[in-house]
Ligand binder design. Structure first.
Ligand SMILES: *Cc1c(COP(=O)(O)O)cnc(C)c1O
Length: 478
């Protein structure tokens, strides 16, 4: 069998699968036990005998596609993972076969050029100065910079590393003095805690900013927090804000927070892993009003920009901060030569890096930036429509009026009851939803990632929740 005919086998199987999913003819998720899947996929036999081509490949592909969670099914309202645009999957295929780990220019000139272009495109959307295209050319004024990373968590870590190198240039060699603190909202993503832990700052040195009833940071509490940090003999390394929060999708007020950071000379990091894509929309970009005051921004393409995992970006207002984030020298890779392009290696935690920009760029090139903006707007608007619909239902409570494509709701009963309802939905397989804790209570969480999900899908989901309720009444209520 040739590569070409195997490709056709896989392409046809994928096409059947995606079409069936889009027409709601397959379940979103049919969970089966691990032992059963290992058997079904014939992993043992295939590993021993090889020969994954032709009919064997077809059987394996179909078995695999029978074991997936089906993001292309409009009943998918689960985690914040992109429903990939088909063009992006072609990017993943091209990258998978050509494998250009482009962190040094000569190991993937095209991919590096795309990364450079994508970073500049994002910088422009933020309102920061893009870097000059010509390699080696100095910018007239301070320009921005950035790097694509394997995920927003890594982008957040990179941001705090850059912040530390800016505040304490010696820390890389000397280690830090053990006096740093990070300011973050109660609602920050756990990757911030991890970054603080990894940096050796200690998670107990995260000073939490109280949030209002919507779960957004209360900027008026910041001066007091800073006083407390100083009274504790500590120095603030950075202040992190959400755009938007993971649990309920609410944006922190970036402008007053940014102004406070400017006044006090504190590195301002905006975690926009999910919600920075609203920058594309003239209708929703105001949610990030003040983002240009930030020192750095995390922005995932594999969340709201239809790009398969993973492709995230860390962007900085001043490129020098990312260029000197890792002062460690890998001399065998940084040699003096006439550079035709740009090596991203010194900007990233990773050494081998996939051509992430290609995946994202192929979405951008397929939809155009207007098309991508329309996608974001459509998803955000759907959450508003669902909110309006749920307002008319007496016993369903909504956590907050949605500010993004995330909506959390709750039925009467205990926290455990909400989880029972979710289990009931997952067992039926037509919908996939998650749950979250917010303001001390458990909520069912819907995230509208799929461009084909409609209000009618949500209405059917609510009916199924009702059915589940009838079968599993909450003893604490009835
Ligand atoms: C999803 C998310 C992250 C983590 O990003 P990954 O790409 O999953 O590593 C960080 N912060 C926020 C606010 C997020 O929503």
């Amino acid at each position: 069998m040739t590569f070409r005919s195997d490709l056709e086998i896989v392409a046809a199987a994928l096409d059947r699968q995606v079409s069936a999913a889009r027409e709601r003819r397959t379940p979103v998720l049919a969970q089966r036990p691990l032992v059963e899947l290992i058997e079904d996929l014939r992993l043992d036999c295939l590993a021993r005998e090889g020969g994954l081509t032709g009919d064997v490949l077809l059987r394996f592909t179909e078995a695999y596609l029978g074991s997936i969670i089906n993001l292309h099914q409009p009943g998918y309202m689960g985690h914040q993972v992109a429903v990939p645009h088909p063009s992006a999957s072609l990017g993943a295929l091209i990258d998978g076969l050509t494998n250009n780990p482009m962190a040094i220019y000569e190991m993937g000139p095209g991919a590096a050029a795309i990364e450079w272009f994508v970073i500049n495109w994002m910088l422009e959307k933020i309102g920061w100065t893009p870097a000059p295209i010509e390699a080696g050319k100095r910018a007239e004024r301070i320009c921005g910079g950035g790097v694509l990373t394997h995920g927003g968590s890594l982008a957040n870590l990179t941001a705090l590393i850059a912040a530390r190198s800016a505040l304490r240039p010696d820390a890389w060699h000397q280690g830090d003095q053990g006096d740093l603190a990070v300011i973050a909202p109660e609602s920050n993503h756990y990757s911030i805690d991890r970054a603080v832990g990894i940096l050796g700052i200690g998670t107990r040195n995260i000073y939490r900013v109280p949030c209002d009833a919507r779960g957004a940071m209360r900027p008026e509490t910041l001066p007091q927090i800073l006083e407390r940090i100083q009274a504790d003999g500590r120095t603030p390394l950075a202040l992190v804000a959400n755009a938007c929060s993971t649990s309920v999708g609410v944006y922190d007020p970036l402008r007053p927070i940014g102004e406070f950071c400017r006044e006090c000379g504190i590195w301002f990091h905006v975690d926009g892993a999910h919600g920075a894509s609203a920058l594309l929309s003239t209708e929703y970009r105001h949610r990030l009003d003040g983002v240009e005051l930030a020192s750095s921004l995390t922005w995932d393409a594999h969340k709201m920009m239809r790009t398969p995992s993973v492709c995230a970006a860390l962007l900085v207002r001043d490129h020098r901060t990312i260029d000197s984030a890792f002062s460690q020298q890998a001399s065998y890779l940084f040699h003096d030569k006439e550079q035709l392009g740009f090596d991203f290696l010194h900007r990233s935690v990773e050494c081998t890096k996939s051509a992430m920009g290609l995946r994202f760029f192929m979405v951008l090139a397929a939809l155009g930036e207007q098309g991508l903006a329309r996608y974001v707007e459509h998803q955000y608007r759907l959450a508003e429509q669902v909110h309006d619909y749920l307002k008319g239902i007496d016993d369903i409570e909504v956590a907050v009026a949605p500010e993004s494509n995330i909506l959390c709701l709750r039925l009467p009963g205990t926290d455990a009851h909400q989880l029972t309802l979710r289990d009931g939905i997952l067992n039926r397989g037509d919908f996939y939803i998650t749950s979250t804790e917010f303001q001390g209570r458990r909520w069912l969480r819907l995230v509208f990632m799929n461009p084909e999900t409609t209000l009618d899908d949500v209405k059917r989901l609510v009916e199924q929740i009702r059915d589940t309720e009838r079968v599993n009444p909450d003893s604490a209520v009835y």
